[in-house]
Design a binder for this molecule. Structure first.
Ligand code: PLP
Length: 391
């Protein structure tokens, strides 16, 4: 049997490293290997490279370089803010936190941990279109609320949350509150496509990840507005303004800076939107499907789609055999397929057909997308339980 050409349509899970990013990183693995904390010339070179990357990230968010902390990724950034802010603020002894029920596991599980340590957490459900409603958040706010964390764009269904609107409202409420509410957003999925200016969004903290934007895995950043009460999760040296001890990952940080420098949100948006349209048109011609969540307020590269009579799990496996890499939703460490908390939060029952997540990227081509749609169509025909062909 001839092997079919592999087609990668899982860019929300991770992206390939951009060759230019790789070139920028390479010297910092070899000749420029210094420790950025060393006083000598080798160290200073590494230090300068980190400083430059910090300026690039800060510029992209419209903030001060001093407010950017490099981390190992969005998971760590989310943990720093969620775990430490409620304990570091001094305005209430019974801190209350609000997050959305749509959050990535690294936020949800941190919230669960917080609850175990005595912090009150409320979870705001989205509407059935996958968007969190501002009024629903407001209903949950108490005098003890210290932190609200709402993701910018969802990793499974791609819906975009009204971060600016929420941020503006919180700022207004803060004018008359004794106890300030800090506002954080996990922007791991949003960084490539959406407006990232922190003042425009009215946020106090933003989590970022490099590997979602053609940068290296294991690198990310946390923006923390000056004066926001956070502290380090670890004890160690004074790197990263004492918020993230440990020798800095110089090649990773350089690569992250380069990946941000290479971002062209408008160009990328047009490209992936066109691919998504072609994919849908090709599918439309042959099969019936439902799209989960708002199409209007959605990342341009995301499709979460289900087919009557076909289980998402079966489709994922069958498509993998066909050489098409897609996902059920979040890429889970164990590879296990468990019920999605995001679909649950939308009120989608486990008994309903589960969808698949298809995410396009900068390197995806029209040919690939047409071919993937055709392989998908053929696979559905084969699997459609109503036609008695479940495998
Ligand atoms: N938050 C969101 C929304 C994500 O999609 C991801 C990655 O899947 C993460 C956080 C975790 O990011 P990282 O892999 O950089 O830890």
């Amino acid at each position: 049997m001839t092997q079919k050409t592999p087609i990668y349509l899982d860019f929300a899970a991770t992206t390939p490293l951009d060759p230019e990013v790789f070139s920028a990183m390479e010297p910092f693995f070899t000749e420029s290997f210094g420790n950025a904390s060393s006083a000598h010339a080798f160290g200073q070179k590494a230090r300068r490279a980190i400083d430059s990357a910090r300026v690039i990230v800060a510029k992209h968010l419209g903030v001060k370089p001093r407010e950017i902390v490099f981390t190992s990724g969005a998971t760590e950034s989310n943990n720093i803010i969620l775990q430490t802010l409620p304990k570091t603020q001094t305005t209430t002894e019974s801190p209350h936190v609000i997050i959305s029920a749509l959050e990535h596991h690294c936020v949800l599980n941190t919230a669960k941990f917080l609850e175990e340590t005595g912090v009150n957490v409320d979870y705001v459900n989205p509407a059935s279109n996958g968007i969190v409603n501002l009024e629903e958040i407001e209903k949950l706010i108490t005098k003890d609320t210290v932190l609200i964390s709402i993701m910018y764009a969802n990793n499974e269904i791609g819906t975009i949350q009204p971060i600016r609107e929420i941020g503006k409202r919180i700022q207004k409420l803060n004018e008359t509150r004794e106890n300030k509410i800090y506002f954080h957003t996990d922007a791991a999925q949003a960084l490539q496509y959406l407006e990232m200016n922190a003042d425009y969004l009215h946020v106090d903290a933003i989590s970022l990840s490099a590997h979602k934007i053609y940068g290296p895995k294991g690198t990310g950043a946390l923006y923390v507005r000056s004066g926001t009460p956070v502290k380090s999760l670890m004890h160690g040296g004074s790197q990263e303004y004492e918020l993230r001890p440990g020798t800095q990952n110089v090649p990773g940080i350089v690569g992250f800076g380069k990946a941000i420098e290479l971002l062209q949100p408008e160009k990328d948006k047009i490209h992936v939107k066109e691919l998504r349209d072609v994919f849908l048109e090709t599918l439309n011609a042959g099969t019936e499907f439902t799209i989960t969540g708002s199409m209007e307020h959605r990342l341009p590269n995301n499709l979460h789609i289900s087919f009557i009579g076909v289980k998402g799990e079966n489709l994922l496996i069958a498509l993998d055999i066909e050489g098409v890499a897609i996902s059920l939703g979040a890429a889970c460490a164990s590879g296990a397929m468990e019920a999605s908390h995001v679909l649950e939060a939308l009120g989608i029952q486990e008994t309903e057909p589960t969808g698949i997540r298809i995410t396009f990227g900068r390197t995806s081509t029209l040919e690939e997308v047409r071919e993937a749609a055709s392989r998908l169509y053929n696979t559905i025909e084969r699997l459609d339980s109503k036609k008695g062909k479940v495998v």
